[in-house]
Design a protein. Structure first.
Length: 577
């Protein structure tokens, strides 16, 4: 009787359903049980589009869960497989997921080399005492065994050498100042606590970014290592940094335990380590201690005033801080058909945080950003759809952003969000000035929105240079950054580069209209007629009233020549004037 395979192999990975284990070669890869279940069902159905409902029923039988839970598991699966570009687990918008990788049964052990009759690796056959093989002298048999062993050893050396050389990207060069990446702090197996570790990681990244003496990798780029193991040396090569901060955070009631280690990526040596066991109301003191110790270890001459500025406490309320972290997680990860629910959920959480601490500037800044998103992005949610392009929406966003800056003039993110809102009120010079202030406060701020401002302001060459700097600091950026960079390439006449960049961005954000618009123009300008018409058709299917002139009125380029350049590409794509 044949039975279904219980272990599968794809690429370098082995998935053992019996043991509930995922391995990359001989190395185990950690996955939460629900994420493992999602991967198992996708692998068992490789090559077939698996609807969302089927996945949910397979992993959460008889339990009602949201799309957000499934999307989080899929995100963790991609991180574990190193699938940042979504080449293995593909999203089919509004339908489901496709595991697009050849899969074969596995017995849980590495396969032996294939043997064929007469091959150099073929073992001798037992043909009996009278056979020709048995009559060979013992010396010949020994020589043959030696040749086989030598061949195997040589093959192993070659394979290892090739694997090492192919698997080790050169990576960006090290900066001329101490460079560091804060890896995601582990929160254990409880997904409800993930946001807390993520928030602590991002806050530490921001705190360190305020020091001009350091080169700090952006938070988004380190998230890829949340579920994907890599050695300190490999991470150092991939990110181009000398030092890593890694750690874990555990909450138990009103107490939190944090451990942290500072590692040298070149040697793997631990430079510094510390554990903290504090009440939740002491969380900001822990962050301050971490920041001070890291900077002291890396930079010998940090000015005391910079240390004091980096150590300010945003709120005295752990509850407000917790709500803020939840809201920030939602607004950051918004995507897909339910992003309206995410924006509204984030808004409510920020409002709850402010009900506890009305002077908590980061929560005010987050609340402002929810109104800016509702003003700019079409969403299915009934409440938010009524806020699209409404003057009252952007005015509310502006009031909140100004309030955040008043509450904390040193909060770089508040100045950046204020700049973004001023930009969409077409107050371009004020917006650029606010962004420049944000960069003064945090020289390591990796915020791609500035590039968008520069493109619309007629400074596309500066936008390209800025995005190249941002993506060096944030090697795994949010997909929206590909839109900003692609627009900048387009406006500098680099149409092929614009097309490639925008196409990559739309693969990851298929429902983001601006990506489709600029992609249609880039395809038209680069002579890709079929692709241009296909993009135009998708735009008109989603927005039948779309016109070139209406889009240009929305952007309001500073220079007429820039408006004409974009209009030319859109006309070539076949979009109506």
């Amino acid at each position: 009787m044949s039975t279904a395979p219980r272990a599968f192999r794809f690429g370098d990975f082995t998935l053992d359903l019996t043991r509930g284990a995922l391995c990359a070669g001989d190395r185990p890869v950690e996955l939460r049980p629900k994420s493992f279940g999602v991967l198992a069902h996708l692998v068992e159905n490789a090559g077939r589009l698996v609807p969302k409902d089927e996945l949910m029923q397979a992993v959460w039988p008889d339990v009602v869960v949201s799309d957000e839970s499934l999307a989080k598991c899929v995100s963790e699966v991609r991180a574990a497989l190193g699938d940042a570009e979504q080449r293995l687990v593909k999203t089919v918008p509004r339908r489901g997921y496709l595991f697009d990788v050849p899969v074969s049964p596995a017995n849980g052990r590495p396969a032996s080399p294939a043997l064929t009759p007469g091959s150099a690796l073929e073992p001798p056959h037992d043909q009996g005492v009278g056979s020709h093989e048995a009559a060979r002298p013992a010396a010949v048999s020994r020589r043959r065994r030696a040749m086989v062993a030598g061949t195997l050893l040589l093959a192993a050396v070659v394979v290892i050498a090739l694997a090492v050389s192919w698997g080790r990207p050169a990576g960006p060069p090290l900066p001329d100042r101490p460079s560091i990446a804060v890896l995601p702090f582990s929160g254990g197996d409880d997904p409800q606590q993930d946001y807390f570790g993520d928030g602590l990681t991002e806050d530490l990244t921001t705190s360190l970014g305020r020091f001009r003496e350091l080169f700090v990798i952006g938070h988004d780029s380190t998230l890829v290592y949340k579920r994907r193991y890599a050695s300190p040396a490999q991470i150092g090569r991939e990110l181009g940094v000398r030092y890593l901060l890694e750690g874990s955070v555990r909450r138990d009631g009103d107490r939190v335990r944090i451990t942290a280690r500072l590692l040298d990526t070149a040697t793997g040596r631990e430079i510094w380590g510390e554990s903290y066991d504090r009440a939740m109301n002491g969380i900001f003191g822990v962050q301050d201690d971490l920041t001070r110790n890291i900077v002291t270890s890396l930079v010998a001459h940090v000015d005391r005033a910079e240390l004091e500025r980096g150590a300010r406490t945003p709120t005295a309320s752990p509850a407000a801080y917790d709500l803020y972290l939840r809201g920030r997680a939602l607004i950051t990860m918004r995507h897909g058909d339910n992003r309206g629910e995410m924006v509204l959920g984030a808004r409510r959480l920020f409002e709850q945080a402010l009900a506890i601490d009305p002077g908590f500037a980061p929560a005010v800044q987050g609340l402002a950003y929810t109104y800016a998103a509702a003003f700019l992005e079409p969403m299915r949610d009934r409440q938010l759809s009524g806020e699209l392009r409404q003057p009252v929406t952007i005015e509310r966003a502006l009031t909140l952003a100004r309030r955040a800056v008043e509450l904390d003039p040193y909060l770089a993110e508040a100045h950046a969000t204020l700049a973004w809102i001023l930009h969409w009120q077409y107050r371009r010079h004020e917006a650029i000035a606010e962004f420049e202030r944000a960069l003064e406060l945090n020289p390591n701020l990796a915020d791609g929105r500035l590039a968008h401002l520069l493109v619309h302001d007629g400074r596309a060459s500066e936008a390209v240079a800025y995005m190249q700097r941002v993506m060096r600091q944030d090697p795994f950026p949010p997909p929206i950054y590909l839109s900003y960079l692609g627009n900048a390439y387009y406006m500098t006449g680099q149409y092929d580069a614009a097309y490639d960049t925008l196409r990559s961005g739309r693969e990851r954000l298929p429902d983001y209209r601006a990506l489709s618009v600029w992609l249609a123009a880039a395809a038209g300008q680069s002579g890709r007629v079929a692709e241009a018409h296909r993009a135009a058709h998708q735009i008109l299917s989603a927005a039948p009233n779309f016109t070139i002139n209406g889009w240009l009125r929305h952007i309001q380029f500073e220079r007429q020549s820039d408006a004409e350049r974009l209009a030319e590409g859109l006309r070539k794509a076949g979009l109506p004037r």
